[in-house]
Design a binder for this molecule. Structure first.
Ligand SMILES: NCCCNCCCCCS
Ligand SMILES: [Zn+2]
Length: 667
């Protein structure tokens, strides 16, 4: 299934008609440069183009009041003075004779996207709209927003399609207070937002944007605010929040639909955000959401005011929705102290609502909430002034080209096993290289002349070479001896390949130690066996009480341990090994494959024992980029497993910075 793109140039036909420094950044060019970039890169042509429609009054009244709607309905007939008068009652927003029409199209675009995804016409999609929506409230416009596009889309999905649980991810750099107010007592909508806050100094300067606003009454726990109290946040700060807050909670919530308030003022160069995250980070943020809700992800444009990073970020998002591998998450640094403080505060505030956060640490001693300025005490509104920011123009590298290899998934299967649709059977090219053959024979083949095993091993190394050269994206190989084949690839990678290899081992089984000393290989093994082995920072055994059959435990350790490790290690190849009798169920196996494809430009090489024939189909489906089926609502991971992950993170965080979930102790 494809990716929808919804855009109509009519939404460029309104603009600021008077002088207002607070609103001058919200210009029609935001939409034109974004759409033009999608066309110029060829991405628009790869999408399913779906027309906008005009929202009905019933759609608007799903969220807004009659009196507010009545007021806005009059604006097309207002004089310039009346428009300015009407605007004065709201903050940081402007009206225009055509903005009501465009606001109805922005809602309509969002609803068309929900229709296309919920009816299965497409898998996911993006709506390029203006005016944005996430600041608008039931009876008020705010922050360039007239109607709350995404809030209306959520209510519409529930009413029209009986959707039970909606996850709204708001990665815009401003707090979508309008969305928070709309759903704060509603447990069927989980609203997640990070936003520039600076201890309430940054617009909209609301006390309720802080981490301790967790939702009300039945909605307690279903509102997650992550305040950024400093600017210049980087990719690693954003990813840490996904790994240690959003993903674990999202998997526990198990949404039927994911809506993204896709604002790109959180990207480098934006005058509002003043952050340093690069546009390619949105490829990863999008990818990490794409295995939720069976892949039903609807991204709706919110903010984004730098006309260079905005189109780049939009293209990164759409290219990932289309299924292209993400660029490598190169040289991630440690999250900064302020980000770790916020991370610790959010996890602490939500500890009582989410079992995956049960063992989260207490609030930091230097509790940042005491730094929250008391507006009335200090009497001044020290929000950032309207004067132009220092013109320290930011520069950043063009996002790397993301070329999808001509062959997406190659397979090496025993003769009796059919090649799955859209996969290509792979066999070693030409005659085996005698040198490699002798090495394989002496190292791996016990019983001398096992021709079959030799051919398979040779194909395996040849396949790894093709992936290394980006000629093939991913691979699946069935072998007789999984451990031996794993060692073979690791040895081959260590010598022949130019890249680090992340080995993910699912299930019990001996992994020889010599494969992870030099840093060329990082091995993470999930098993039921306690391993006191602390041999090196490059071998990480994760023990689960009930082994890999325990869905919540395995998922918790994937998002809280494996992903941070994998992103920090940034391998060129991921070797995913399913040991015999691992007990892992297909749906978690598919989630694991899906999530790991965010690494190594999607170069995931899967090894399974040759009798696992029933798993070939589901494995191939995930390697091809199809979304994993939803896991359904998860019960709590075992407390021992949650504690084990916490203690592993604590032990390893000096070596692996993305494992940190708390601010370093001051003192
Ligand atoms: N320096 C301009 C102040 C603008 N404040 C409102 C921002 C609304 C963003 C919507 S994503
Ligand atoms: Zn914004």
């Amino acid at each position: 299934m494809g990716t929808a793109l919804i855009y109509d140039e009519e939404m460029t036909k309104y603009k600021l008609l008077w002088v207002d420094p607070a609103c001058k950044i919200e210009v029609p060019e935001r939409l034109t440069v974004s759409h033009e970039a999608l066309v110029a890169t060829g991405l628009a042509d790869r999408c399913v183009s779906i027309p906008v429609r005009e929202a009905t009054e019933a759609d608007i009244l799903l969220v807004h009041s009659e009196e507010y709607l009545e007021g806005v309905k009059k604006t097309p007939y207002m004089t310039l003075e009346d428009l300015q008068e009407f605007t004065l009652q709201y903050g940081d927003v402007y009206f225009h004779p055509n903005i009501y029409h465009c606001a109805k199209l922005a809602i309509g675009a969002s609803l068309q996207l929900v229709d296309a995804v919920m009816t299965g016409k497409v898998r996911n999609g993006m709506a390029l709209v203006r005016p944005p929506g996430h600041h608008s409230m039931r009876s008020a416009a705010s922050g360039f927003c007239v109607f709350n596009n995404v809030a209306i889309a959520a209510q519409y999905a529930k009413r029209q399609y009986g959707v039970k649980r909606v996850l709204i991810v708001d990665w815009d750099i401003h707090h979508g207070q309008g969305v928070q107010y709309c759903f704060e007592d509603d447990p069927s909508v989980l609203y997640f937002s990070w936003h520039r806050y600076e201890h309430q100094k940054f617009w909209p300067q609301l006390r309720e944007s802080d981490f301790d606003s967790v939702g009300k009454e039945k909605g307690a726990g279903f509102n997650i605010n992550v305040p950024w109290n400093k600017v210049k946040m980087q990719n690693s700060d954003y990813l840490s929040i996904f790994f240690h807050v959003l993903l674990p909670v999202a998997y526990e919530f198990s949404p039927d639909l994911v809506l993204v308030c896709a604002g790109f003022d959180s990207a480098i160069g934006d005058p509002e955000g003043e952050m340093c995250a690069t546009p390619d980070i949105f490829a990863h943020l999008t990818h990490l959401l794409m295995n939720l809700a069976g892949g039903k992800v609807c991204a709706v444009l919110e903010g984004g005011y730098n006309l260079t990073s905005l189109p780049q970020s939009v293209c990164q998002t759409v290219q990932t929705l289309l299924g292209d591998p993400a660029p490598r998450p190169a040289n991630l640094e440690s999250p900064c102290k302020s980000a770790l403080e916020s991370l610790q505060c959010v996890r602490s505030a939500h500890r009582q609502y989410w079992s995956c956060l049960k063992h989260a640490a207490d609030l930091p001693t230097s509790d940042i909430s005491t730094k929250r300025i008391k507006l009335e005490e200090e009497g001044e509104k020290t929000g950032e002034g309207e004067e132009d920011k220092g013109t320290d123009e930011k520069v950043w590298a063009q996002p790397p080209k993301r070329v999808a290899p001509s062959i997406r998934t190659a397979v090496v299967l025993p003769d009796g096993v059919a090649c799955p649709d859209q996969c290509e059977r792979f066999s070693s090219p030409g005659d085996p290289d005698p040198l490699v053959v002798s090495k394989l024979r002496e190292n791996y083949l016990k019983d001398g002349d096992d021709g079959n095993a030799l051919t398979t091993l040779y194909s395996l190394t040849a396949l790894a070479d093709k992936m290394d050269r980006n000629e093939i994206c991913s691979g699946l190989v069935l072998v007789r001896d999984v451990s031996m084949a794993m060692m073979c690839v690791v040895q081959h990678a260590a010598t022949a390949l130019s890249n680090r290899v992340l080995v993910v081992c699912v299930g019990d089984g001996k992994v020889r130690s010599d494969c992870s000393e030099d840093g060329k290989t990082l091995v993470v093994q999930f098993s039921s066996k306690e391993s006191d082995d602390q041999r090196s920072k490059y071998y990480i055994p994760v023990c689960l009480q009930k082994g890999c059959s325990d869905v919540p435990g395995l998922l918790h350790s994937i998002s809280g341990l494996l992903l941070p490790l994998g992103y920090e290690y940034d391998p060129g190849l991921v070797l995913l090994v399913q040991m015999p009798d691992s007990g892992i169920c297909d749906s978690v196996w598919q989630q694991l494959i899906g999530l790991l494809q965010g690494l190594a430009r999607g170069h995931t090489l899967v090894l399974m024992r040759e009798d696992e024939r029933t798993r070939v189909g589901p494995t191939a489906s995930s390697l091809l980029g199809n979304a994993a089926p939803s896991l359904g609502q998860l019960h709590a991971p075992l407390p021992e497993d949650v504690k084990a992950v916490e203690s592993l993170r604590h032990r390893l965080k000096s070596d692996w910075k993305l494992l940190q979930t708390t601010a370093p102790e001051t003192g």
